[in-house]
Design a protein around this ligand. Sequence first.
Ligand code: BV8
Ligand code: ZN
Length: 251
Amino acid sequence: MDDLDPELLALARSARTVTVLTGAGMSAESGVPTFRDAGTGLWARWSPEELATPEAWEADPELVWSWYLWRARQLRRLRPNAGHRALARWAGRARVQVVTQNVDDLHERAGSEVLAHLHGSLFAFRCSACGAPFPGALVPGLSPVDPEEPTRERPPMCPVCGGAVRPSVVWFGELLPEGALERGADAVAEADLVLVVGTSGLVQPAASLPLIAAGRGIPVVEVNPEDTALTPHADWAVRARSAEALPRLLP
Ligand code: BV8
Ligand code: ZN
């Protein structure tokens, strides 16, 4: 990784209120495959665009349930990486607001508070019929198991109405959780520095958040090994992996 621009380092050290927008690339070095990697490795058999939809749930709730349970179990075996830990440490030096598209819990397990999980969480559940929350502790087998392939399992039944329990993630075509986007937009608008880490910037409306900063002249730093749809809106592009760049960028 190249040396970081001294002006960027000075900006990161002087920033008082920082908003960090993270995507799948933030968790890549913890072993969580990114969506762009779909079609390889862990998700070779199914693509998120196919399964992360209400239509897939209607067609085969057991398959969709099994895929999410398998992802959640895999997460139980993975750990936050140096990028997550650097963000958590930074909160001791500045007000750091994390807004993530990720449904994993790695930011929290590294010690960060997450202002908004724009696309929900793998570890929250609700009834697909009446919406009643369903405690994760009652989800069978949320312990680290290591099946190569998801085993086909039935989703639990809602104790209130008997409906099938689903993961509380946001599927394509579904609205974001109440207030999540607004909290993210406010956090960007009030920041004196915005970091955009590990996202291809393709999924809306999450990808619109960095543009709020650009529109207000708030410095935007992109941390990503590759160019993305958001690169034209960034003031700095740190072409590196987040677990390598964040510990060097952040005080
Ligand atoms: C909505 C949870 C209003 C589930 C996710 C037609 C009909 C309906 C809607 C639409 C439509 N056309 C478009 C839309 C809008 C749609 C959308 O944006 N589609 C895209 C595909 C065009 N959006 C929605 O549907 C949203 N809702 O709009 O509601 C509405 C309602 C009805 C009708 C119209 C509008 C809801 C979208 C949320 C979907 N749920 N996740 C689950 O996880 O299973 S999205 C999911 O994919 C993630 O959460 C994330 O948001 C996205 C993946 O993006 P990234 O995180 O950026 O990851 P990606 O793999 O793409 O990129 C990784 C990046 O990391 C790369 O740049 C790579 O270079 C980099 N990287 C790799 N390694 C590292 C690294 N960076 C740093 N360090 C490394 N080591
Ligand atoms: Zn119910």
